[in-house]
Design a protein around this ligand. Sequence first.
Ligand SMILES: [Zn+2]
Ligand SMILES: [Zn+2]
Length: 536
Amino acid sequence: MAPAALIVAGAIVLFAVLPPAAQHVDVPTDWRDLSSRTLAGAYHVHSNRSDGSGDKAAIAAAAARAGLTFVIFTDHGDGTRSPDPPAYIDRVLCIDAVEISTSDGHYVALDMAPAPYPLGGTADAVVEDVARLRGFGIAAHPDSPKVALRWTSDSLPVDGIEWLNVDSEWRDESRLTLARAALAYFMRPSEALAQLLDRPVTIARWDRWSSSRPIVALAGADAHGGIGQRAEDSSAPGSRWRLRIPTYESSFRTFSNRVVLDHVLTGDAGIDARHLVDAIRAGHAFTVVDAIATPGLLDLRRAGTTVDARVLAPPEAQLVMFHGGHEVARASGSELRWESGGEPGPYRVEVHLPRDPGVPPVPWMVSNEVFTSPVAEPERHPRFQRPWTGALAPPLPWRVEKPPASAATMRSGPEGVVVEYRLGADRSRSPYVALATDIHDPRFTAIEAALTSRRPMRISIQVRAADGSRWGQSVYVDSSDRLYGIPLASMRSMDGRAAAPSAASLTSVLLVIDLTNAVPGSAGEFTVRSLNLTVP
Ligand SMILES: [Zn+2]
Ligand SMILES: [Zn+2]
């Protein structure tokens, strides 16, 4: 083929794959006040502190170029690091959060005090710890195509959910779609990325979770500044990066979280971050897929039993009101009013545009939820804890089990059995310390233990069968007197085997300190005031 024909053919291919440019929406005067209080930002961003490719300054600069006002960093971690104080970098408010790996999916903790021990283990333990540390916890990419990253529980008292996550979205696309997006990326990066979005199944999960109280939904950019090393799989920094696309900037231009404040920003990072986080906690946020049309503004309010939605959107917009996951009303244009008739909620609004990409199409705009009557706080009973009556069962004969590199001493005193320990310092050898006792009772259905510790810690209460299989549950222990009742049926297999333990096969009870919730080389002390098997 002649060069000219090649160029023409190339142009035709490119034209065929090129998505339309993002539509610009003018902001009329009567929307200016709301516009000045509506902050666009990126949430769920990895820097090179964990597995992202860029440092904080480079990411803030990318956010500034994309027109964003804030970035919430969510580097992988265990919650023990003190978050960086909020700071303006390049006029972008940078807020530091953490993405914690649990055995049941990833959990982002925002606005949390540093944890006294590494957070980890089962999701219910981490959700409990994040709440105790007054953090705002968000279930990350709950429907990731990667099973190991998927959120497995539907019943935990989480505060928020990622209704959209790019890392989940692109993995389910066909090679053809990915190839088209890759080609289009070089012309219209964010529009090309938006072509990979569909309506996430997570929206249905969000609706299920929020039947009795609002769960705040955010859109997770899961930006790593590239897809070189496979993100979300490791927390090891410094791995090599092969491909630095999509860039942070193109991710940031694809969609944004819009947080609505009561007042405009002050310029003081600490004060502004407080207002921003409080607004997120209150669910005063919505998502806009900016690569379809931008900006979008939303005024969602309730007056008595009426829910009113007003949007700044392209004229062809369709507003859809949902109640408990079901569409209850739809209108063309910019306004939708719904008379709830006493049904408390949740109510939420989606705005659809004819060009929304995906099958089924991703909504251009997604609001958070409102209830038309007060909602109850989620029940956060500390797991497995009961009031302690002070009654002590006769002491069981305990022994220490540990590898040579860990140290532990045990002594009996008036308070019970006191264990002082120091874990081995070599992480690669998985140091642990366990207090063990032998049991032989085929009838027992639960373990009851009274435990205290000078410093906050997590102890894993485990049972072991003759073949070495173990099941367990971890409990939070500090200096207060608490009684823990662990039903055998609630114990989770330590090696991934699904079946619950049967009492007849069990030969030992163990109290274990290992790297799930402790640091190599760390020392501590705990007291077993009593422990006995509960027989119905
Ligand atoms: Zn992530
Ligand atoms: Zn993750």
